[in-house]
Ligand binder design. Structure first.
Ligand code: NDP
Length: 456
């Protein structure tokens, strides 16, 4: 056996043993185990000749959250009935800054999902170049069909417990699925009322009370900047490309909008009821109508087909529609191996994960094996938390930057993240391996900080 092959098989053996340990310690947590595997499979080869990371048990420590808080959230519905949900905050890793990451309100929320998101967030935040650790939280609460008053009572009850665990220099949550400007407003108001402090404890706030310009747009816009940079790096251009987008929330609608700005054609959007297809590409007016539908009228995406002649509604997910690029922007594991195979057959050129872990492990492997440019979530959607970090800076300094300045900062941040992925993702293949690049670039900074602290 050659020395190279012997090293490879030793690395594979370490990885297998490591994953056996992670799986044993986290029973019933498949999403978390999936996320750890995705990172570990790229980090083990990188640290094979760097004993310090093994001696300091860095990957073992990184796979254990610093703290998981779980709590009761009682609230009263409009009929006066007492309802009870479960809330969590996973404070994953504070090596390079205060815990930072969103709150998700969705019936699918559980400890596994929040641990996967908090783990991923640690690497993502490191990639932004800003001093932010990783965290995530939320509740198994379904906001759909609830009135504004019910949402307010839920958010106030959630913050009545959460406030003691968070703080501007400790842990700074933001929004995520089911938590937008309305919910952040209710929670920030409750925090301020309980603590008598006006500090930057949450990001994604309204502009009137300490929010940052460009935060709402940042994740979707940043994802498309990243897609543009991937094409440019490989002597191609985003201009004229057709783009399949899933979801119709904050990330999806802003991704569609930035496609238009850069001369690409967004063809699809979706929600949990199905997807809409516009073969001409959505116009800005149609995107604005969808934003209003989802954020204000809180309707279903199928209604767009009733409103516009050139939009059709279909069951299922949009991945069977032929297109040049895919930007999954709804939720985890929404692209599987079969769907990836269909996209590859249809000639997809690039996939940019705007949602968190939207492609399952087999789909990711299929895209990379087929030389599709594959941008992993922790790099592609880092613009959201990046501008959240800038919101924290503005709050601490008690200043507000203008939109042009923030747009430039976001664009530069996405360029730097892209370039870090290229730096660590050159594996000798035809294309940059952005998955490896993002994992290694995110890992190094956190790992080196942990080494500096000794055994903590
Ligand atoms: P929103 O709540 O604004 O929108 C979520 C969208 O995804 C909705 O269209 C929703 O449809 C759809 N969706 C949710 N669950 C499912 C499901 N199981 N099947 C099909 N569709 C589903 O969330 P965001 O746009 O903020 O977040 C989308 C993704 O991006 C998430 O993975 C999130 O973690 C990630 N992200 C978000 C950031 C942000 O700044 N907002 C930052 C970084 C990552 P429906 O209305 O039917 O529920």
């Amino acid at each position: 056996m050659s020395k190279l092959h012997a090293n490879e098989s030793k690395t594979q053996e370490y990885l297998t043993r490591y994953m056996e340990g992670v799986t044993k310690r986290n029973p019933g947590q498949p999403e978390f185990i999936q996320a750890v595997y995705e990172v570990a499979s790229t980090i083990f080869p990188f640290i094979a000749d760097k004993p310090i990371y093994h001696e300091m048990q860095i990957l073992e420590r990184m796979a254990e959250p610093e703290r998981v808080i779980s709590f009761r959230v009682p609230w009263t519905d409009d009929q006066g009935r007492i309802r009870t949900n479960r809330g969590w905050r996973v404070q994953f890793n504070s090596a390079i800054g205060p815990y930072k990451g969103g709150l998700r309100f969705h019936p699918s929320v559980n400890e596994s999902v929040l641990k996967f998101l908090g783990y991923e967030q640690t690497f993502k935040n490191s990639l932004t170049g800003l001093p932010m650790g990783g965290g995530k939280g939320g509740a198994n609460f379904n906001p759909k069909g609830k009135t504004d008053l019910e949402i307010m009572r839920f958010c106030q009850s959630f913050m009545t417990e959460l406030y003691r665990h968070v703080g501007a220099d400790t842990d700074v949550p933001a929004g995520d699925i089911g938590v937008g400007g309305r919910e952040i407003g209710f929670m920030f108001g409750q925090y301020k009322r309980i603590t008598n402090q006006f500090v930057g404890v949450l990001t994604g706030k309204g502009i009137e009370y300490g929010g940052s310009k460009m935060r709402t747009e940042a994740t979707g816009y940043g994802a498309i900047f990243f897609l543009r940079n991937m094409f440019a790096q490989h002597n191609d251009s985003i201009e004229g490309k057709t783009v399949l987008i899933s979801g119709s929330g904050n990330v999806a609608t802003h991704a569609a909008e930035k496609c238009l700005h850069l001369g690409a054609k967004p063809l699809t959007m979706s929600d949990s009821g199905g997807f809409i297809h516009c073969k001409d590409g959505f116009t800005q007016d149609q995107i604005d109508w969808i934003k209003d539908l989802k954020n204000v009228r809180r309707g279903r995406i199928s209604e767009a087909a009733d409103e516009f002649n050139n939009i059709s509604f279909h069951q299922g997910r949009p991945w069977g529609v032929p297109g040049d690029c895919a930007v999954p922007s709804a939720t985890q594991n929404e692209v599987n191996a079969e769907e990836a195979a269909v996209m590859i057959k249809n000639g997809i050129k690039a996939v940019a994960e705007a949602a968190n872990m939207p492609c399952d492990q087999e789909a990711v492997e299929a895209f990379i094996a087929a030389d599709v440019l594959f941008g992993p979530a922790k790099a592609v959607n880092a613009g959201g938390v990046g501008v959240s970090g800038l919101e924290m800076s503005q709050n601490s300094a008690r200043i507000a930057w203008d939109t042009d300045h923030l747009r430039t900062l976001l664009e530069n941040m996405m360029r730097d993240i892209h370039d870090s992925c290229v730096q660590y993702g050159n594996t000798g293949g035809k294309n940059t391996n952005y998955l490896q690049g993002a994992n290694v670039a995110g890992f190094v900074k956190v790992a080196d900080a942990m080494i500096a602290y000794g055994h903590v």
